[in-house]
Design a protein around this ligand. Structure first.
Ligand code: GDP
Length: 442
């Protein structure tokens, strides 16, 4: 029997922090998932990766290429079992199914959130956006707006959902702002929990929030009280990634100082944002270096722009100012490329895994403990009810018994009377007989 060759795999480019090349674009997201799969798969194969080592340069690239499975030839190769194609099977299945990712953006209006999202995913998610006027903003409460975009890159489909929170922080009292965010996250968990406990678990749509980009303004000296309040309420529910918006307002020293103070504030308040996983020791040096750079950049200081400008004959995404151009993809100007690399190319799958394994697991454990506590309470109530009804039954029984005993007593008394009457009758009869006998004798 002829075994089918797996389809050719997409040649994903290694995510690179090099700024000479513009980023891959919308499809980068999909590539990320693909590369995450590829990465996981490559670790599955471990040292077996000797088919691709002809070219040392290629071997050092990220993500590692799949080891080419040996062509199954049962006649020639008696050692071949066939499970080397497992990675391709997983890959094909995942690509067929497509990927889902939900990103929540939180921060007050005007911080450049929509511009950044459009720049990250090269789309226009906010085409029909209407800016609220002043009166609206006074009244305004925080809302949740969900926008979905289907993107495809090299045959890999990604359904990206961006959850925006317009009105966040506009009101004087910010209680409402954090409540809306936490409620939304919990609702998605609850929905997933209900779907997962239902009968049709095959087609569950995952709307859980996988990452929350929290925008901090570039003005001010550190996190504000409202930022701390919200982050404290969210950090155990969702992967929070801090972003300093409109970072072109700050020079390099100011960015560094602001980052340091933010990190200090988080530490002082025992807040734990998304934790980057440790880099495996067997990863190649480029990947380790990239990982170090990403970790060192947190919180990402970003600049967004939807304008393509021409600078020295090259097209760049940037912001034109009288004194020059801010190239958002230049690492000297902003952490935009690092954020995109992290969010799309290297850590998208880990964000999803952490959501599933940590945040959703916490929610699920709470739900299950609440359900079992409720069941225990219900059982206790039932027990109490049954005990009290048994007591009532006893009372009813004793009342009946008492009546029966009474009746028994009456019957016994009547029987006694009857016996006495019969006895009397018998004696009278005997006396009558004797009398008659004596009369005859005479
Ligand atoms: P949102 O309300 O948070 O979604 O903010 P917008 O994305 O609508 O941006 C508000 C204004 O800030 C617009 O005029 C943008 O052009 C501008 N803007 C967006 N990103 C940046 C940035 O990185 N730097 C600067 N200086 N302005 C920005």
């Amino acid at each position: 029997m002829k075994q089918q060759q797996p389809p050719p795999l997409p040649q994903t480019q290694p995510p690179s922090l090099s700024l000479s090349q513009p980023a891959a674009g919308a499809g980068g997201a999909a590539a990320a998932e693909g590369s995450a799969v590829a990465h996981a798969i490559s670790s599955l194969n471990g040292s077996n990766n000797n088919n691709n080592n002809n070219n040392a340069e290629t071997a050092r690239c990220r993500p590692p290429l799949y080891p080419k499975p040996k062509t199954p030839s049962f006649d020639k190769d008696r050692d071949y079992i066939g499970f080397a194609t497992l990675p391709e099977q997983v890959h094909r299945k995942s690509v067929k199914r497509g990927f889902e990712f939900t990103l929540m953006v939180v921060g007050e209006s005007g911080l450049g959130k929509s511009t950044l999202i459009n720049s990250l995913f090269l789309g226009d998610l906010y085409k029909n956006r209407q800016m609220p006027n002043v009166e609206d903003r006074i009244e305004k409460t925080t809302r949740v707006e969900k926008k979905t975009m289907d993107i495809e890159e090299r045959g890999v489909r990604l359904r990206l959902t961006v959850v925006d929170t317009p009105g966040f922080g506009d009101a004087i009292n910010c209680e409402d702002s954090w409540r809306v965010c936490t409620q939304y996250i919990d609702e998605q968990f609850r929905q997933y929990f209900t779907d997962e406990s239902g009968l049709n678990r095959r087609n569950i749509q995952d709307n859980r929030v996988h990452c929350c980009l929290y925008f901090v303004p570039p003005w001010g000296h550190s996190l504000r009280q409202m930022d701390l309040d919200l982050i404290r309420r969210l950090h155990r529910k969702v992967n929070i990634v801090l972003v300093i918006g409109k970072a072109d307002c700050l020079n390099k020293t100011e960015v560094r100082k602001l980052k340091e103070r933010i990190l200090q504030d988080l530490e002082d308040n025992h807040i734990q944002l998304y934790q980057f996983p440790e880099c495996d020791s067997d990863e190649d040096d480029d990947f380790k270096q990239q990982d170090r750079e990403l970790k060192a950049s947190i919180p990402f200081a970003v600049v967004g722009s939807n304008t393509i400008l021409e600078v020295a004959g090259k097209k760049v995404r940037g912001r034109q100012y009288p004194w020059g151009v801010v190239n958002v993809e230049d690492a000297e100007h902003s952490d935009f490329i690092k954020l995109r690399t992290f969010l799309i190319s290297t850590h998208m799958q880990d964000l999803k895994d952490t959501t599933q394994d940590v945040h959703y697991e916490n929610f699920r454990a709470q739900c299950i403990s609440q359900i079992s506590q409720h069941a225990l309470r219900e059982r206790g109530k039932l027990k109490r009810d049954s005990i009290s009804s048994t007591n009532g039954f006893d009372a009813a029984i004793s009342e009946t018994d008492r009546l029966l005993l009474q009746k028994d007593e009456e019957i016994r008394r009547m029987q006694d009377m009857l016996t006495q009457m019969q006895e009397k009758l018998k004696q009278t009869h005997l006396m009558e007989m004797k009398k008659n006998d004596s009369v005859i004798d005479v």
